[in-house]
Design a protein around this ligand. Structure first.
Ligand code: UDX
Length: 434
């Protein structure tokens, strides 16, 4: 989020200094190498570096020397009790406070409860040099990994939460080139659609972010539950999604059944919202069940594999195709594929893993599996395989080769990317979600 925001702001014409504590990462970025897979990022980064519009440093002093606005985009992971770990943001606020020398807007991109924003405000005020001024604003980010730059330049909305008119004014200037379409952007990032710009209070801004992620998660759990019902009632979930999506009140986005929602955001934000509700003596029955369905969905996939392989998984081998938390990224944070691999290994199965982008990251997180760069090598001699995402490589699998290389042919097609008739006609067994 920080890198995409920095690159996005630089392309809007601002001078950007990106600060990170990781010196290897900073060095790589100075050389134009992105540590994350983001569509279109590296060419833009190279050009901005060449023009001197973006710089990278590990020094917060250097980073904010000239800054009129500071974006905080650090991680806010979940605590074991579901609360939000805001320690990174607090550390940044502590370091930042002594360095503020002119009126500075501190814009929080990271998702955090409003009490945490208040805490950052207090930390900044406590350590601020007397006479210096700042305003803290909430500027939540809605970008999706893998297509972050596109989401930055063509957002569905920009949300700014503040109680201060001068801060609103600075934020409007920041986003002005995007709002009035004056920014010179590469073709892929341009849009003629006006971008809604919402100004509100910090707590409402934070709630817009939490509610958005909770709603997306709710749609996914909803369709996963409907998919489970479809399978039991002999209905076709693909056709149900099509029929549902044609109703403009519903639409078809975020209705793709699968193993559940993974990744660093949806589950974390939903858990935080549940926790916030409980802390405020309010029973979040709906949000709680969205999380529960997500948990059960993983077990559903696991059971399909284990039951499909016979009485016991001990001594069996399973190939897991798709290791990142979704396609098009190398991010394995909170990847349900890794949780599935662990559960399978714990139950005595041997696990093979394949992903077009995320093998090094998966290997770092989970060592109890053998990883293969080639999908057919991953499938060699296995009793079952599960396809967890819809990359072209899996969609276009050569089923003749698959049938020849797999020991026993159970294919669990979680994303519905294969044609069941084709799979069966190659002598393989087929199962799916819904
Ligand atoms: C999400 C939000 O979409 C974004 O607005 C917010 O800023 C950060 O969190 P991201 O984590 O990149 O973005 O992932 P997203 O593309 O939303 O997918 C999240 C998870 O849901 C993935 O595991 C994905 O596979 C799953 N998913 C998504 C489904 O199972 N079905 C769907 O229909 C959509």
């Amino acid at each position: 989020m920080g890198l995409v925001t920095g690159v996005g702001l630089a392309l809007l014409g601002h001078e950007v200094m990106c600060v990170d504590v990781n010196s290897t990462r900073v060095e790589e970025l100075e050389n134009g190498n992105s540590p994350i897979q983001e569509e279109g990022l590296e060419p833009v980064l190279a050009e901005l570096l060449q023009r001197g519009k973006i710089r990278f440093t590990t020094s917060i002093e250097t980073g904010i020397e000239q800054a009129e606005i500071v974006f905080i985009a650090v991680a806010t992971p979940s605590l074991p009790d579901g609360g939000t770990d805001s320690s990174h943001a607090v550390t940044v606020a502590r370091d930042l406070a002594r360095l503020i020398h002119r009126y500075t807007v501190v814009a929080v991109k990271s998702t955090m409860p409003v009490e945490t924003l208040d805490q950052l405000d207090s930390v900044l005020k406590e350590r601020l040099i007397p006479g210096k001024q700042f305003d803290l604003v909430s500027n939540p980010e809605f970008l999706r990994e893998g297509r972050g730059l596109r989401d930055f330049f063509r957002p569905d909305r920009i949300v700014v939460g503040s109680d201060s008119e001068p801060a609103f004014s600075v934020m409007r200037q920041v986003y002005q080139p995007l709002i009035d379409g004056s920014a010179e952007l590469p073709e892929a990032f341009r849009t003629d659609t006006p971008i809604p710009y919402l100004e509100t209070t910090p707590s409402t801004a934070q709630m817009i972010k939490y509610a958005s992620n909770a709603f997306l998660a709710t749609r996914i759990s909803f369709i996963n539950e409907i998919a489970g019902l479809c399978q039991r009632l002999n209905a076709d979930v693909g056709a149900v999604v099509e029929g549902l999506g044609l109703d403009p009140r519903i639409g078809k986005a975020y209705l793709q059944p699968g193993i559940g929602f993974g990744g660093p955001c949806l589950e974390k934000d939903l858990t935080a919202l549940v926790r916030l509700a409980q802390d405020n003596n309010y029973d979040p029955v709906l949000l709680d069940s969205v999380l529960q369905r997500n948990h059960l969905q993983l077990i559903e996939v696991q059971n399909k594999l284990i039951n499909g392989m016979g009485p016991s998984p001990v001594g069996k081998t399973v190939a897991v195709l798709g290791l990142a938390f979704k396609e098009g990224t190398n991010d394995v944070r909170n990847s349900l594929a890794l949780r599935l691999m662990k559960d399978l290994a714990d139950s005595g199965a041997t696990v093979h893993g394949h992903d077009p982008l995320a093998i090094p990251e998966a290997e770092e997180q989970f060592q109890d599996a053998t990883y293969f760069e080639n999908v057919y090598e991953a499938l060699a001699g296995v009793d079952a395989a599960v396809v967890l995402n819809s990359v072209a490589e899996y969609r276009d699998l050569d089923l003749e080769r698959v049938a020849a290389t797999m020991k026993d042919g159970l294919l669990v097609d979680v994303r519905g990317v294969l044609n069941s008739g084709d799979v069966l006609s190659h002598g393989l067994r087929y199962d799916s979600i819904g």
